[in-house]
Unconditional design. Structure first.
Length: 255
């Protein structure tokens, strides 16, 4: 864990279990998520089930690409347990339950319902990748993005990070044909869609390093000039105080 990640973890631990788990998820510390849940089970906590499910899906990948199973009994067992976490989330009924505010305009979605649904859609999308269903993953993450956008403004934000990061990362994944990459993972127009997703996030969260890194990756994929790509990469590093590893855009295995 880098100094940046360690500091984040220390702050999250001081805030409580939920913030601790979501911070570990955000920085890809999946083994620590699994250890935390092994010590104190999730029970019915939707955010804990989501964090544990993502950590188990990462274990099922075993350090390989997000759509690849590691193989063997351990990977299969981890995936089976991730599916069990998803079933416990039970996000089958995810219509927006409005929370009246007494203010003009449409009321926002209630947080408890939205958290369960965003968590469920995101975890379901991660498992869909392992099943080779990238179209399904994109659709689920688009729903999560839309639901997050319907939440009432709060500080800190109600959800622990922008779900657009996951959506953009999956679109970038689908845009590249790599050795062993199944044709079923390809999505039409994935590169411009990914860039648009990351740029939309920058309108909400200016200079967010993960979104800047995503924009740079999409620009590189579409053949933008090197100096243009490097300029955006430089902004991502500056946003992290010069960290050369800033803004990992892989929102599942190294989120």
């Amino acid at each position: 864990m880098s100094g940046r990640q360690n500091t984040a973890g220390l702050h999250a631990a001081a805030l409580g279990r939920t913030a601790f788990l979501t911070t570990l998820v955000r920085f890809g510390e999946h083994a620590k998520v699994r250890a935390t849940v092994a010590a104190v089970p999730c029970r019915a906590d939707p955010v804990c089930l989501y964090a544990h499910g993502l950590a188990l899906a990462a274990e099922a990948s075993g350090g390989k690409a997000p759509w690849q199973l590691s193989g063997g009994a351990r990977g299969e067992a981890a995936l089976a347990t991730a599916r069990a976490s998803l079933r416990q989330l039970d996000n089958s009924s995810c219509d927006c339950i409005h929370a009246p505010t007494g203010k003009p305009g449409p009321p926002p979605c209630a947080w408890d319902n939205a958290a369960r649904c965003i968590a469920g859609w995101t975890l379901r999308a991660r498992i869909a990748l392992l099943d080779g269903d990238v179209d399904g993953a994109v659709g689920l993450l688009q729903r999560a993005v839309e639901r997050e956008a319907g939440l009432a403004y709060d500080e800190p934000p109600p959800w622990h990070y922008p779900t657009r990061h996951c959506l953009g990362a999956v679109l970038l994944l689908a845009a590249h044909r790599v050795r062993g990459h199944p044709q079923s993972l390809r999505v039409e127009g994935a590169v411009p869609r990914a860039e648009a997703v990351f740029r939309a996030d920058l309108e909400v969260w200016p200079e967010n390093p993960w979104s800047l890194a995503g924009v740079a990756a999409a620009m590189q994929a579409r053949g933008a000039r090197l100096e243009e790509v490097e300029a955006v990469q430089g902004r991502a590093r500056a946003s992290w105080g010069g960290d050369p590893a800033a803004g990992d855009a892989d929102a599942f295995d190294s989120p």
